[in-house]
Design a protein around this ligand. Structure first.
Ligand code: PRP
Ligand code: URA
Length: 209
């Protein structure tokens, strides 16, 4: 079953509070999401394998560590997932980026796929699917299915905030995918919004309504 990791680093939790605050404007919201994405990237890469290499320091030869050639792919779910990409690329600049476009139909709350463009070698990459919100779980589950249908094998899901309902959907439909979040909130309201959440992530990132 998917494991759920809640990143409790004080910087992540502190910045998440400002992200949640309805008085935080678009510019600051975007900057904070970018910063938290960087901090979450630091945490999610904790298990990356290292290899020993030999280098020369100005003083002597030295056995040192390097990341063992892991290929990473970032898959933001459009559009709100885009807000986290640059923050992660600051730490993993060689990652390739694929895009899955989904929006949630406001009536049915079901995801509608409108765009998929992926690196050609996704089956060889460790993929991190990124979306600030895991609400009903419909969008993330559909994105994971779309990726698996195209050959993806190693997948992680990284979100800012999850609802317990969304976590359960991923655990039921994609038990091989671990979930990395900054918070698991209380519940979904009648409109499918996470409570207390942060509101509509896409609208807050891009100033739309
Ligand atoms: C939001 C969010 C997730 C989805 C989560 O996107 O960014 O993708 O809702 O909801 P779910 O877990 O119930 O599927 P939205 O559909 O609002 O599209 P947007 O990113 O284009 O604003
Ligand atoms: N999508 C959002 O942007 N926010 C929510 O609370 C739920 C889905």
């Amino acid at each position: 079953m998917s494991r759920v990791y809640v990143f409790d680093h004080p910087l992540i939790q502190h910045k998440l509070t400002f992200i949640r605050d309805k008085h935080t404007g678009t510019k600051e919201f975007r900057e904070l999401v970018d910063e938290v994405a960087t901090l979450m990237a630091y945490e999610i890469t904790r298990d990356m394998p290292l290899q020993d290499v030999t280098i020369e320091t100005p003083v002597a030869q030295c056995r040192a560590k390097m990341i063992a050639g892991k290929k990473v792919g970032l898959i933001p779910i459009l559009r709100a997932g885009l807000g986290m990409v640059d923050g992660i690329l600051k730490l993993i600049p060689a990652a390739k980026v694929g895009h899955v476009g989904l929006y949630r139909d406001p009536e049915t709350l079901k995801p509608v796929e409108y765009y998929v463009k992926l690196p050609s070698d996704i089956e060889e990459r460790d993929l991190i699917v990124i979306d600030p919100m895991l609400a009903t779980g419909g969008s993330a589950a559909a994105a994971l299915t779309a990726l698996k249908q195209r050959g993806a094998k190693n997948l992680k899901l990284m979100c800012l905030i999850a609802a317990p309902e969304g976590v359960k959907v991923i655990q039921d439909e994609h038990p091989d995918v671990d979930i990395f979040v900054a918070a698991v909130d209380d519940y979904l309201n009648d409109h499918g919004y996470i409570v207390p959440g942060l509101g509509d992530a896409g609208d807050r990132l891009y100033g739309t309504k």
